[in-house]
Design a protein around this ligand. Structure first.
Ligand SMILES: [Zn+2]
Length: 291
């Protein structure tokens, strides 16, 4: 009996040492690894510090690297604006973050002229991608999103006076509403030769929603622009900057040549033509934006 009892105790001890302890140990290590790597900074837990090449923010690719990977590329700052309205108005409507007051906008435009920049339309970039047509030296593209009434009343006269080109991306279904452009004003601006237009969906929906909605949003705006002769070279700006694979597919199927995001950058590459970067311009002097 004594012998059997001792045998059982030895067996249990063996089980504990060789089976239970390793399982518990693996569990604890596993929890530490997954938990700590995700939620604490590497410096706080040196034992779990990943190698620097993975933990460090990757540096932006150089022009040469981008050109090799996605080229041909060109260095073209595409400036992003929304409202150009008096600051008091923007404050009242809680949209100062989307506004550059007319006086500042004028200063920014005069700066571009004084520094020898040439404004280009999206069609010029599309021609560079498709035919290799070179852009002028020091090119810049000016874009305004949504189609607000101030673009016609306050921005357009400044632009016309200085002889600069801009492109306004319209959420077409919102035109003729309070605070938005009228089709008559859009037509007047188009006729001037200083303004071109592009697709910004029908009701300003992002392209991350249900496929049938995304398709309807983009294609309805596409038809409305085409009906008014505003879509001969088709280009797009993603509402809220959200770019998705399905959104790109719809644009490609409809013959869109370019699409702009809100990702910061100025290197425009052919193989990323439906996911191009821009530079958000705020209420400060232009020199502060690297131009
Ligand atoms: Zn927008």
């Amino acid at each position: 009996m004594e012998k059997n009892k001792r045998f059982i105790w030895v067996l249990l001890a063996g089980l504990a040492i060789f089976v239970v302890v390793p399982i518990l140990a693996f569990r604890i290590i596993g929890i530490k690894k997954t938990g700590k790597q995700e939620f604490t900074t590497p410096s706080a837990s040196p034992s779990a510090t990943p190698t620097t090449s993975f933990s460090a923010t990757p540096r932006p690719l150089t022009f040469a690297e981008m050109n090799k990977l996605y080229g041909p590329c060109t260095n073209l700052p595409v400036l992003m604006y929304h409202h150009v309205e008096p600051e008091e108005n923007a404050k009242l409507n809680k949209r100062t973050g989307l506004n550059v007051p007319p006086e500042m906008f004028k200063k920014q435009m005069e700066y571009l002229v004084s520094k020898g920049y040439s404004t280009v339309f999206p069609s010029d970039l599309a021609n560079f991608f498709d035919s290799g047509t070179p852009l002028p030296s020091k090119p810049v593209m000016i874009t305004l999103d949504d189609g607000y009434v101030d673009n016609g009343d306050l921005m357009f006269p400044i632009l016309r006076q200085l002889g600069l080109k801009v492109t306004i991306y319209l959420a077409t279904g919102l035109m003729e509403n309070f605070n938005y452009l009228t089709w008559a004003k859009i037509d007047e601006m188009k006729t001037s030769g200083f303004v071109s237009f592009g697709n910004h969906t029908w009701s300003h929906k992002n392209v991350g929603g249900a496929h049938d909605v995304v398709l309807k949003e983009i294609s309805t705006a596409d038809e409305q622009l085409a009906d008014r002769g505003l879509n001969s070279v088709k280009t797009f700006v993603y509402p809220y900057g959200l770019d998705t694979a399905y959104g790109e597919k719809v644009l490609k199927d409809l013959g869109y040549k370019l699409a702009f995001t809100e990702v910061h950058g100025r290197i425009q590459c052919k193989q990323k033509r439906l996911s191009l970067p821009r530079i958000r311009i705020g209420n400060s002097l232009m020199a502060g934006y690297g131009l």
